[in-house]
Design a protein around this ligand. Structure first.
Ligand code: SF4
Length: 68
């Protein structure tokens, strides 16, 4: 069974404060392993111009949409 990723919540966002613009973006997804936290861009699922795991910090992004 594949786990469906959800948009990041407030707690997730607090854990990736160094990610730049992604922290405030509606497309942010946060994945965690036992040792690492990954910033994933959900826009990459439908648009090849966006990296699944963007180089951080993101300072400028045309796909940015304010979260919340
Ligand atoms: S659209 Fe841009 S700012 Fe938003 S999560 Fe993706 S890379 Fe980050």
């Amino acid at each position: 069974m594949t786990k469906r990723l959800q948009p990041a919540g407030a707690e997730d966002r607090e854990s990736v404060t160094g990610a730049g613009l992604c922290v405030r973006c509606a497309h942010l997804q946060v994945l965690r392993s036992k040792t690492s936290t990954f910033v994933r861009c959900a826009l990459s699922d439908s648009n090849d111009e966006y990296a699944r795991y963007p180089p951080l910090p993101v300072r400028s992004c045309p796909g940015f949409e304010e979260w919340g």
